[in-house]
Write a protein that binds this ligand. Structure first.
Ligand code: HEC
Ligand code: HEC
Ligand code: HEC
Ligand code: HEC
Length: 203
């Protein structure tokens, strides 16, 4: 059967919607984290965030993006919170280097860019209305709180190793996989039925 016929049949059957997810291997290409096609100084994929040499910080592995200019973020707080969030550490600080909107998306290596993130993806410097990050999540927190699962280790919440911790901390990248948009919003797992939330919360 010719390919065109296969496509026509797929269209007729209404199963064409399934095709993109089948052909879309996990990866950055074509996602919102693919900045290679904007003419922003490089057509490489990784270079906006990583470099093999002369990395800027160790916030995330071999980090090549301009670091956030915000000295102090407003942190999440609530009367029922047991965890103690800190200023964004490590990988979360790396996310904020684009997502707080203070550093241009195309500021990387030695280049200073001019295109800034806006809209809903710009979290700004006020994290008080966002899920807490940069706090230790261990068995002690789980037993104090009473509504949390006990993390399998200091590196993963679950035994299946889908939800990572970074030095035993919850970070942006615990919920988000920056390189893979399979589930939308760069989520680690589908959040249908709040499955992501239930990886950590016992509710
Ligand atoms: C938009 C920014 C961004 C781009 C583009 C990006 N990364 Fe990353 N990468 C990160 C962040 C942030 C982390 C740390 C968080 C984490 O581990 O999930 C990371 C972690 C990593 C790690 C260590 C953790 C792991 O998942 O193994 C490797 C290896 C890596 N990236 C490779 C790459 C390669 C190769 C490319 C290009 C094909 C790339 N990255 C493109 C932001 C990016
Ligand atoms: C190099 C800059 C850069 C870095 C670093 C970066 N992002 Fe992004 N991110 C973007 C851009 C650009 C968008 C698209 C914004 C838009 O379309 O309005 C985006 C969008 C997103 C979205 C929304 C996706 C959607 O479908 O709407 C999420 C979630 C996200 N990023 C999470 C993260 C996390 C978590 C990190 C760190 C682990 C991170 N990003 C690091 C540039 C970056
Ligand atoms: C506890 C899990 C969790 C953590 C931690 C987390 N996010 Fe998210 N994020 C989500 C979910 C789930 C969504 C999907 C949006 C929704 O369901 O409303 C999302 C959406 C987003 C979006 C898209 C916003 C929009 O409305 O279009 C961005 C950007 C984003 N996250 C960035 C970040 C950054 C940066 C951090 C760290 C400061 C972070 N996230 C920490 C779970 C999380
Ligand atoms: C990586 C594990 C993890 C994931 C995934 C996660 N959370 Fe959390 N969340 C926590 C931990 C740990 C705390 C801190 C609880 C405490 O100390 O009271 C927390 C705190 C909260 C709080 C604040 C509690 C308070 O007392 O102020 C809310 C609300 C919440 N999470 C909702 C969600 C929702 C909704 C989702 C899914 C979108 C989600 N969480 C996903 C680990 C997670």
């Amino acid at each position: 059967m010719k390919t065109t016929n296969v496509i026509k049949i797929a269209l007729a059957a209404g199963i064409v919607l399934a095709l993109p997810s089948l052909s879309q291997a996990a990866g950055i290409t074509g996602t919102k984290h693919d900045l290679s096609n904007y003419g922003w100084g490089s057509s490489e994929l990784c270079i906006f965030c990583h470099t093999p040499h002369n990395a800027k910080t160790t916030d995330a592995p071999l980090w090549n993006h301009g670091t956030t200019a915000t000295a102090s973020f407003t942190l999440y707080t609530s009367p029922t919170l047991n965890a103690v969030p800190s200023q964004p550490t490590a990988t979360s600080k790396a996310c904020m280097s684009c997502h707080d909107g203070t550093v241009a998306l195309d500021t990387f290596s030695t280049q200073t860019g001019t295109h800034f993130l806006g809209g809903l993806s710009k979290l700004g410097s006020d994290l008080s209305n966002d899920h807490p990050i940069s706090f230790t999540y261990d068995s002690a927190l789980a037993s104090t709180d009473g509504g949390l699962k006990t993390p399998a280790s200091a590196t993963f919440v679950d035994a299946a190793k889908t939800i990572p911790l970074f030095n035993a901390k919850v970070e942006c990248a615990s919920c988000h996989s920056v390189h893979d948009n399979t589930y939308g919003y760069f989520l680690r797992v589908s959040n249908a039925g709040s499955a992501l939330c239930l990886k950590c919360h016992n509710k």
